[in-house]
Design a protein around this ligand. Structure first.
Ligand SMILES: [Zn+2]
Length: 256
């Protein structure tokens, strides 16, 4: 049993075969999927997928790329969506200084306001941090995000930053990048992290693991990530599957 803690099945790349693909996931050993939202329309789509499929859960939030659309009305929408029992987190939220699509001050304020919402609702957060490690850590601290905790999705920071984030009650989402040939940094992080803080994710349709890099990703490829972690940690893949699933259940308060 594996749990995909970060997927985007609302993406248009699944339009032709979404239902068929989702229906096939249980037979591929996938127990649960958390569909991460990024903008107003994907929030609605995540909720409707979670209603249609018992094993799909939703996170609601506005991605840094879409933070220019964030306002009080959107905040109220997120609050009302999160009353749905299948909503397990606020995300994905955070900062993206790699693409820098939106002025940084706007990204920061959108991130901070959604952390406040998560604290009001007592929901964990799913963080997107690309090339913004310092400001991400600062906002996590300033907004007391450790009260709710959450996961650093597609973690790309250093071992030193991971040490700080462990103290702040965070989990680490490990995906396809750890299978790539140039993945030295994330491999070091995986070696360092306690197994109790690692969760698996695909970020599908993106970041397909080797040996399938370049294809469209889906939760069926999660096992390749578990195998890579097993290899790095010198463990059985079954053990990696079991521990990471228990972690995801604890993090998102999923049914046992
Ligand atoms: Zn994502």
């Amino acid at each position: 049993m594996l749990i995909d803690t970060h997927a985007h099945y609302d993406d248009s790349r699944f339009d032709n075969d979404r239902d068929e693909l989702l229906q096939s996931l249980k037979s591929k050993g996938i127990a649960y999927v958390v569909n991460a939202s990024s903008n107003v329309s994907s929030n609605a789509m995540s909720i409707s997928l979670s209603r249609k499929f018992d094993f799909i859960f939703a996170s609601v939030g506005i991605h840094p790329h879409d933070s220019s659309d964030f306002n009080d009305e959107v905040l109220d929408m997120l609050r009302s969506l999160s009353s749905n029992e299948k909503v397990v987190a606020i995300g994905e939220i955070g900062l993206d200084y790699y693409y820098d699509n939106v002025p940084r001050e706007i990204q920061k304020s959108c991130f901070a306001k959604q952390i406040r919402l998560a604290r009001q609702l007592d929901l964990p957060i799913i963080i997107h941090d690309r090339d913004a490690h310092e400001d991400t850590l600062k906002i996590i601290r300033d907004e007391h995000a450790s009260e709710v905790g959450g996961v650093m999705h597609a973690y790309s920071g250093s071992v030193e930053m991971a040490r700080e984030l462990l103290k702040l009650n965070f989990y680490f989402g490990i995906g396809g990048v750890c299978t790539f040939k140039n993945a030295k940094k994330v491999v070091e992080v995986i070696k360092y992290l306690p197994m109790e803080r690692i969760v698996l994710e695909t970020d599908c349709p993106y970041l397909t693991p080797e040996p399938f890099r370049g294809r469209r990703n889906d939760s069926g490829y999660l096992v390749y990530i578990a195998e890579k972690i097993a290899q790095i940690k010198n463990m059985d893949v079954e053990e990696v599957a079991h521990i990471t699933s228990q972690n995801a259940i604890r993090l998102f308060n999923l049914p046992v």
